[in-house]
Design a protein around this ligand. Structure first.
Ligand SMILES: Nc1ncnc2c1ncn2[C@@H]1O[C@H](COP(=O)(O)OP(=O)(O)OP(=O)(O)O)[C@@H](O)[C@H]1O
Length: 357
């Protein structure tokens, strides 16, 4: 096969590219320049695409003896990922930019360009398994990235390859060290690549400005604090609420109302939801017949819980949770899995959370 290896400059994609070469594929390395101000990203910071990262990727491509290019998709990334991220927060929702990037950039803009150039697939260092067209969790549960790939359609998955799904992160680092790659010990990337300092609230404040509003306690109906921008909150959040209540019980964000800028907080019991309504789903394989039972994961680093999925009537899904959950934030994806303890849980599809009650 002729494939594009998407090389971030990190250890995962270095090893993914190496395994593709060693499997006999005709591999071309591509680093994506995604940040509009890549020169400003400090070297050493783990942004998605600092100049330093591009050099790291190039060194691995040179060691592999494969052609290497930098594709500038910064404008597409800005429109489809960064602006979507800002708009979602402005609307009181909590987006997942990695999922959006997979949907709109890596397995859309990049895959389209690759296919137009005659390549068959895009190989990445994602930790997930893809065999026979079925997307499954990685064997390394702690590193599993199937959640952020759950949005991909069968057509997109047909043009993807994830060589790392059958191995642990530790094994990936060993393979990189055996091959003498300097990136073998490079730290894992964290958080959001276009916010390298990790200060999401600061990033949003620069974009959206001060938007003061009240924090209201659902238990008493009283205003218990003020905030500088509702975008600084996520449903389910407990820390950093900056409030004083009359009792000692912890409070959690229950809801965010963007027009009045009201952040509502409540007790742990009030924060629990038993049912989730979603927007239109996407399916990773043939659309399953509704209703069905499955497991649902409601955020990138959450555990999956048993659920029953039915039609909500408006094209969206109604997901009844087997046990009540806290911190189900509108805008996050509800990724549905078919539990399979032997072969690894299979992704069925996903839908964005609209409402949880
Ligand atoms: N700037 C980029 N250029 C090319 N490919 C990229 C870029 N950013 C991410 N990717 C691809 O997407 C995959 C998953 O991205 P993610 O940001 O989760 O990286 P990661 O798990 O830290 O992997 P790595 O160690 O390769 O950076 C990477 O392994 C790589 O194949």
């Amino acid at each position: 096969m002729r494939v594009i290896a998407a090389m971030s400059g990190g250890v995962d994609s270095a090893v993914a590219a190496a395994l593709a070469v060693e499997a006999g594929h005709d591999v071309t390395g591509v680093h994506l320049a995604l940040s509009p101000d890549r020169q400003q990203l400090r070297s050493g910071s783990r942004g998605c695409c600092s100049v330093e990262d591009a050099h790291d990727a190039r060194r691995v491509a040179d060691a592999l003896g494969i052609p290497f290019y930098v594709w500038d998709l910064a404008e597409r990334f800005r429109e489809d990922v960064v602006e979507d991220f800002v708009a979602e927060y402005a609307a009181g929702r909590t987006p997942n930019p990695c999922l959006r990037c997979n949907e709109k950039i890596k397995f859309s803009a990049v895959l389209d360009r690759a296919q137009a150039l005659g390549f068959d697939a895009v190989v990445t260092g994602h930790h997930a398994r893809l065999a026979g067209g079925e997307l499954r969790r990685s064997v390394d549960a702690a590193k599993d990235q199937s959640y952020v790939l759950g949005v991909l359609t069968p057509e997109q998955l047909a043009g993807a390859a994830f060589p790392l799904g059958e191995m642990t992160k530790e094994r990936v680092r060993e393979l990189a060290a055996e091959r003498g790659y300097a990136v073998a010990a490079k730290p894992d990337s964290h958080d959001i690549c276009f916010i390298p300092d990790g200060d999401t609230r600061g990033f949003l404040a620069r974009r959206l400005g001060e938007q003061p509003g009240p924090v209201v306690d659902a238990l008493t109906g009283e205003t218990v604090g003020t905030h500088g921008g509702a975008y600084g909150f996520t449903v389910g959040q407990r820390r950093g609420l900056g409030i004083t209540t009359g009792d000692q019980r912890p409070r959690y964000v229950l809801g965010i109302e963007p027009v009045s800028r009201t952040v509502t907080v409540g007790t742990a019991e009030q924060a629990e939801v038993g049912e989730v309504r979603t927007a239109l789903p996407t399916w990773a394989g043939p659309a399953p017949e509704l209703p069905f039972t499955a497991e649902v994961q409601l955020r990138a680093h959450g555990a999956a819980v048993p659920c029953t999925v039915s039609a909500a009537g408006d094209g969206g899904l109604r997901i009844e949770l087997g046990s009540p959950q806290r911190g189900v934030a509108p805008g996050q994806s509800a990724v549905l899995y078919a539990p399979d303890p032997v072969r690894g849980d299979r992704v069925l599809g996903q839908a964005a959370v609209d409402l949880a009650a």
